[in-house]
Design a protein around this ligand. Structure first.
Ligand SMILES: [Zn+2]
Length: 334
């Protein structure tokens, strides 16, 4: 799986920073188009046996596209793993790649806040929203935390259509893979048997792993945990955990001192000891909360590293968590 490194990504850029990044990206592209970029557009299908070119936003999506497409697909993701998927700044080379792609697979909703200007800049009619190469992975997923009437910005700047981290429930990933297989087959009917077979094999592998993950986490049913960001409700739902305390007061909002005081008090009161962080989140804050609550910080990943697959990443996440939960239970034993 290939991915391009983002030239800058921060956990919580200000709205002004995001506006400036968008302005620079579109400005670059306007200049590039004038210099003759359009000749690249439309070359995606040159050559009968060419591999299907897929660009994805996240490594998670490339991992699934490769599992289904096999050697008929060449997949590249824009966001490097280990960065905050909400706040990536794509590089000019990503725009070129997207201009030459047959498919653009993304998470939909408001997961990739940077997605719209990127597609605009790529000037590839296949990939415009709703066009033949635009694949919204959230189609067919039962979303959690969909806000009701009365939603306002007070609820935070992101997750406004429901929680977008749905791929952390492996059952949802089977649905995503099914959609990918159908969309790839529509563009390459001669390979539809291959895609269907790969889908069967992927789904079987998810089922086998699900059984072992559920078994590993079964002693901790209903266990309450803290997460830095609200990325884990689907994971919690899949494995019967309770992940409903957060270091961020609202998704995408940095914690204030008073919020952290409240969190510490609640963790002590309810004896919650595990704090989940992701690689791009400020670990120092989580560690200071853990220190005050005799807790432990564990690092879990939302996206495969580029060397591992989605299943391998989930396997690591489950085993890291089980180990931490066991240690926490031993530590609290009388
Ligand atoms: Zn989020």
């Amino acid at each position: 799986m290939a991915f391009s490194k983002c030239f800058r990504a921060s956990a919580h850029p200000s709205p002004a920073t995001r506006r400036e990044a968008r302005r620079r990206l579109i400005g670059f592209c306007a200049g590039f188009v004038c210099l003759g970029f359009p000749w690249l557009v439309g070359t995606a299908h040159a050559g009968k046996e060419k591999r299907i070119r897929v660009t994805t936003t996240l490594t998670m999506l490339s991992s699934i596209a490769e599992a289904i497409g096999g050697d008929r697909v060449s997949a590249t993701s824009i966001a490097a793993p280990g960065y905050n998927p909400h706040f990536i700044e794509p590089r000019p080379s990503d725009i070129l790649r997207l201009g030459r792609s047959d498919y653009f697979i993304h998470m939909g909703l408001d997961l990739e806040l940077w997605r719209g200007p990127l597609v605009e800049a790529a000037v590839n009619p296949r990939l415009l929203p709703g066009a033949v190469g635009d694949v919204d992975a959230s189609v067919g997923i039962d979303l959690l935390e969909v806000p009701g009437v009365g939603l306002s910005r007070a609820s935070g700047d992101i997750h406004i259509f429901g929680n977008p981290h749905y791929w952390l429930d492996p059952e949802n990933v089977k649905r995503m893979a099914e959609q990918f297989a159908g969309r790839l087959a529509a563009g390459a009917p001669g390979s539809s048997d291959l895609f269907r077979e790969n889908l069967r094999s992927f789904s079987r592998s998810v089922d086998e792993h699900m059984a072992s993950w559920k078994s590993a986490l079964s002693p901790f049913q209903g266990q309450r945990l803290v997460a830095y960001h609200n990325s884990w409700p689907y994971f919690a739902h899949a494995f019967n955990l309770r992940i409903d305390l957060f270091v961020e007061p609202k998704p995408g909002i940095s914690p204030s001192g008073s919020h952290l005081e409240g969190l510490v008090a609640q963790m002590k009161r309810d004896e919650v000891r595990i704090i989940i962080v992701e690689p791009f989140q400020p670990r120092r804050i989580a560690e200071s909360v853990a220190k005050r609550t005799s807790g432990k910080v564990v690092e879990l990943w939302q996206n495969p590293s580029g060397k591992d697959s989605y299943i391998e990443m989930m396997d690591r996440n489950v085993h890291t968590l089980v180990e931490a939960l066991r240690a926490s239970r031993r530590g609290s034993a009388p």
